[in-house]
Design a binder for this molecule. Structure first.
Ligand SMILES: C[S@@+](CC[C@H](N)C(=O)[O-])C[C@H]1O[C@@H](n2cnc3c(N)ncnc32)[C@H](O)[C@@H]1O
Length: 389
């Protein structure tokens, strides 16, 4: 049930409420939410909370390697094919993988219901001998119901979500129930969804201009793209995610939250989104966001081709953001990016503020061509077999 703190009538528009006491305590900027069962998540190993940092309990067995183009997820009823065919949700080729449409439910109260019988986990979600997600959820102490917005975060949440706070609460509920049951989010993350995930993602909104188009690369369960779409109804958002189980969740979440007018889901890798096909123009947007997807050099390689010239990559990063800039600024420049800039978001609202790295796409750089043998004017390869004849 909603407390008075979370009712729409009690909230002001974003920025309209004086920030309350800073209440977010951890450095949550890049803590991803995936549970142990996730098979192929590429992660930013240069930030805290990634697989290379054992301290993060909510993280998956992710590697820093990119997702292979056609690497299958574990079989699941929603996955009719193991092949990843880049497509928007609803496009005919991808249709078999999409769940049946769910009627929008609108805003719901930020208390998490018990999973129904229909929510029983599919055993095929279990990876590597781990117990089913539901079992993992019940084994760890916090119950999903504890993901209710903590009172000490209510001021920050009101400031960041304004009159969309109920919608944010509905998404938090989805993450903490469905997200846990389906193995998309670690059970221990449920009680700290607001603190570690929703608020710091929402804080990025201050770096995004009004009415911008936005592509969120490696959305996973919707972070930060879906959070930004909730906080900022003026944005047009595309969630880019290659893995079927995650895109199935995203499609359902978009429908259930009633966000279909401003949010679409593209199943595929960033590189595929940028390349386009004979039937689909390459995707691009004013702003490309990412959290916990890759280190800055690789992120720039994947994301800058998706940024409209003059637009920006806005990457949510952790404590090592400054070192990443030092390490990768040259690579970013080679890829057509400007000097990476570090910004703090949510100052005075969340503690610590979120850290983002921003890169303007200054130049359009073509794909790196591999050096092949030189050809003569006649088209023959110099030194090739023809020359010896
Ligand atoms: C560690 S998860 C982070 C998910 C989410 N951004 C978050 O912060 O919770 C990394 C995500 O990036 C996706 N990913 C990996 N390589 C990608 C690529 N080349 N293009 C798009 N997404 C990719 C993975 O499938 C995975 O969902």
């Amino acid at each position: 049930m909603a407390s008075d703190d979370t009712t729409a009538s009690a909230v002001a528009g974003p920025g309209g409420t004086p920030p309350g006491p800073s209440a977010v305590r951890h450095d949550p900027a890049v803590d991803p939410v995936f549970s142990d069962g996730e098979p192929t998540a590429a992660a930013d190993t240069s930030v805290p909370g990634t697989p290379s940092t054992p301290a993060d309990p909510g993280f998956s067995a992710a590697s820093s390697e990119p997702v292979p183009p056609a690497r299958p997820e574990p079989a699941h009823p929603a996955d009719s094919s193991s092949e990843v065919t880049p497509a928007f949700s609803g496009e005919p080729p991808a249709a078999p993988a999409e769940p049946a449409p769910v009627a929008p439910v609108g805003a719901v109260e930020p208390v998490f219901a018990e999973p129904s019988a229909a929510d029983q986990p599919d055993p095929s979600l279990v990876d590597g001998g781990a117990p089913p997600a539901e079992q993992r959820a019940s084994e760890s102490s916090p119950s999903p119901a504890t993901a209710t917005l903590p009172p000490e975060l209510a001021d920050a949440a009101r400031t960041l979500f304004g009159d969309r706070l109920d919608l944010a609460a509905a998404y938090a509920e989805l993450l903490a129930t469905d997200g846990v049951v389906r193995g998309l989010i670690g059970a221990r993350e449920a009680p700290r969804i607001w603190e570690r995930h929703l608020l710091n993602c929402a804080a990025m909104a201050e770096r995004i201009p009004a009415d911008a188009s936005l592509l969120d690369v490696g959305s996973g369960a919707g972070l930060p793209g879906l959070v930004l779409a909730i906080a900022r109804p003026d944005l047009t958002v595309t969630l880019v995610e290659p893995l079927a189980r995650r895109t199935a969740f995203l499609v359902e979440a978009v429908q259930q939250l009633g966000l279909t007018a401003t949010v679409r889901v593209f199943r595929g890798r960033a590189e595929e989104a940028a390349a386009g096909t004979r039937d689909r123009a390459p995707l691009s947007a004013d702003i490309v966001t990412a959290r916990a997807v890759a280190a800055l050099d690789r992120l720039a390689a994947w994301c800058l081709p998706l940024v409209a010239p003059g637009g920006r990559l806005v990457a949510l990063k952790g404590a090592s953001a400054a070192e990443e800039i030092t390490e990768h600024a040259e690579a970013v420049a080679r890829l057509g990016g400007g000097e990476p800039e570090l910004h703090r978001c949510g100052v005075g609202v969340i503690d610590p503020p979120a850290t983002v790295i921003e890169v303007v796409r200054e130049r359009v750089v073509g794909p790196v061509r591999k050096k092949g043998p030189k050809r003569s004017r006649g088209g023959r390869r110099r030194g090739g077999p023809g020359r010896d004849r």
